[in-house]
Design a protein around this ligand. Structure first.
Ligand code: FES
Ligand code: FES
Length: 183
């Protein structure tokens, strides 16, 4: 079984997995990164959202081999230099989570939104988060928390943040979008 080299949270890992193993399985079961959650397994709920080259992707439907060498960020890699991502901090302060199961995916989608739009409107947030389901109904708190994080940090944080927080280059975004459509 040939190895697949995955660049996860700034570190390269070569893992022995079948070429068609979903990225989610490789992250959770092989690499032990269990912060990313399994929900529906068919790309519909958003629980498994990670970033690939800064774009939110459903890791349950992307073969690990399809994103070999691309920059993958999971919830474990969202904090930077020992500090929580502003969204993580606000999530705690504003008590966003209920059961918590969907919240990894919610935060990863929200982080990708703020990377490309530092001051989103309600409509921007609703559009960006529409693929992330919460059975506990925390949508209102999620929207408020995104606004708080945006107000607190402004564009400066996202423009000056490390690679994991930056918007991808246009070609990376296009490649990521193409990869999503291929699965
Ligand atoms: S577990 Fe991947 S979208 Fe639901
Ligand atoms: S907090 Fe329970 S599913 Fe979202």
């Amino acid at each position: 079984m040939p190895g697949v080299t995955l660049d996860v949270n700034g570190k390269k890992h070569t893992v022995d997995v079948p070429q068609d193993m979903p990225l989610l399985w490789a992250l959770r079961d092989v690499m032990g990164l269990t912060g990313t959650k399994f929900g529906c397994g068919i790309g519909q709920c958003g629980a498994c959202t990670v970033h690939v080259n800064g774009q939110p992707m459903r890791s349950c439907v992307i073969p690990a081999s399809a994103v070999a060498g691309q920059k993958i960020t999971t919830i474990e890699g969202l904090a930077s230099n020992g500090e929580l991502h502003p969204l993580q901090q606000v999530w705690i302060e504003q008590d966003v989570a209920q059961c918590g199961y969907c919240q990894t995916g919610q935060i990863m989608s929200a982080a990708a939104l703020l990377n490309r739009n530092a001051t989103p409107s309600d409509a921007d947030i609703d559009a960006a988060m529409s693929g992330n389901y919460c059975r506990c109904g925390t949508y209102i708190r999620i929207r408020e928390a995104i606004h708080t994080a945006a107000q607190r940090t402004g564009a400066g944080f996202y423009n000056a943040a490390p690679a994991a927080h930056k918007a991808p280059a246009a070609d990376e975004a296009a490649a990521a979008e193409q990869a999503e459509h291929q699965v």
